[in-house]
Write a protein that binds this ligand. Structure first.
Ligand code: T4K
Length: 369
């Protein structure tokens, strides 16, 4: 059993495996700017994720931000506030206006029944979030987007490797943006990726991740620097070799949590979604104080006293961030507000032992008054 347990722990290959992978970099001295490791990982991920095209970037945030820029959008973008800062910031940093749609109380993704009412003649796109790896209602979103001619950009930061109705999750919408951060199911230390079908979009994104450079003597885009370097790509190549084993281990951890916490009055778990092959990315639990006998904050504090670092993902909601100076009305997203005050993401990583899961659950259940 471990003394201190954090909400997650990066998966890493054996040290020797990584060293072997990066050795050629000492021979070539080619460290970044779309080198051989970058190209190799790109090919392997296209195959693994079952997507037509993928480009690799420095992180999931730049994947979102440059995708919105490359699509050359203007006006309003419908999204959800129950997410990491990155989703909303990517919209605002592009000069676009976020319009917040509420979430479903059961899987915490965009409530598609509330989506259409938010569409105006200024709406240009929808940015739904597959939060915790829970897949959005992609069929309804696709139908609505087509009806109004809107772009759909999925924040797929949490859905690495998931399959919906037999298709890689990255193949839905116009674009899907993944995060390969150290805390994710699959990591490249820092990293991110954009999956797409439209090759013209791909060329624009590639240009923007490289300063907007079109050719040696022509810079015709105001781009950024968001190129994945060779050391990160090498980490990804190593981690990808072990991903299926990692997912199996995560599945066992999640199954143990479910055995212990399912059917406990006052605790709501994420649903097992129909037609979805899960990646077991996060294990959120919603605590209803009255029914359970302790609030989310009390459970979180008791876990912390016992050296267990559960996290309040995603609290506060992005539409309440102080950087927005009260610009957005949180009362318009009541379900998001309700869930964000009650949800706790429990520790989950492939090497978390089932004994530790039991210990965490014992502590949680002991909080009941
Ligand atoms: N969209 C969504 C929906 C996202 O959730 C995210 C990122 C993004 C977009 C943007 O993608 P990136 O640009 O990050 O690729 C973490 C992650 O930094 C962030 O990637 C993630 N979402 C977010 C949900 O969680 P923090 O501030 O909670 O991380 P931190 O440093 O507190 O780490 C959490 C735990 O992870 C630590 O307690 C221990 C463990 N850990 C952490 C690091 C940094 C490791 O085991 N190894 C490590 O290297 O944001």
């Amino acid at each position: 059993m471990s003394d201190n347990i954090l909400v997650t722990r990066s998966s890493m290959p054996e040290f020797e495996e990584y060293v072997e992978e990066i050795k050629p970099l000492w021979e070539s001295h080619w460290l970044t700017n779309m080198g051989v490791k970058h190209q190799e990982l790109q090919r392997e991920l296209e195959r693994y994720l079952g997507v037509e095209h993928i480009d690799l970037l420095t992180n999931g945030h730049m994947a979102l931000e440059l995708t919105l820029q490359a699509l050359n959008l203007q006006g309003e973008v419908i999204t959800t506030p129950f997410t990491f800062a990155s989703t909303t910031h990517a919209i605002v940093r592009n000069g676009l206006e976020p319009v917040f749609c509420d979430i479903n109380p059961d899987d915490f993704t965009m409530d598609v029944d509330k989506l259409e009412a938010l569409i105006t003649d200024r709406t240009c796109a929808i940015v739904p979030v597959h939060v915790y790896g829970n897949v959005c209602n992609v069929d309804a979103i696709d139908r609505i987007a087509k009806k109004y001619g809107l772009k759909v950009i999925y924040d797929a930061a949490h859905t690495f490797g998931e399959i919906y109705k037999g298709k890689g999750i990255g193949s839905f919408g116009d674009v899907s943006c993944f995060s390969f951060h150290a805390t994710k199911v699959f990591n490249t230390i820092e990293g991110g990726a954009v999956c797409f079908r439209d090759e013209a979009f791909g060329r624009e994104l590639y240009r923007l991740k490289n300063f907007g450079i079109r050719g040696p003597e022509e810079v015709d885009g105001i781009g950024a620097n968001a190129k994945m370097n060779e050391f990160c790509a090498a980490m990804g190549i190593c981690n990808l070799r072990h991903i299926d084993k990692e997912l199996n281990k995560r599945e066992k951890v999640v199954a143990q949590y479910r055995r212990r916490l399912e059917n406990i009055e006052g605790i709501q778990l994420s649903p097992v979604q129909k037609d979805v092959e899960s990646n077991y990315a996060y294990f959120p639990a919603v605590f209803e104080e009255k029914e359970f006998g302790a609030s989310r904050n009390e459970v979180s504090d008791v876990l912390a006293e016992n050296g267990i670092g559960a996290r309040k993902y995603f609290y506060p909601l992005t539409n309440t961030f102080s950087c927005f100076h009260g610009k957005y009305n949180v009362d318009l997203t009541p379900i998001s507000l309700h869930i964000s005050k009650r949800i706790l993401t429990l520790p989950l990583y492939s090497d978390l032992s089932l004994e530790d899961v039991d210990r965490i659950c014992d502590i949680i259940l002991s909080c009941r008054k």
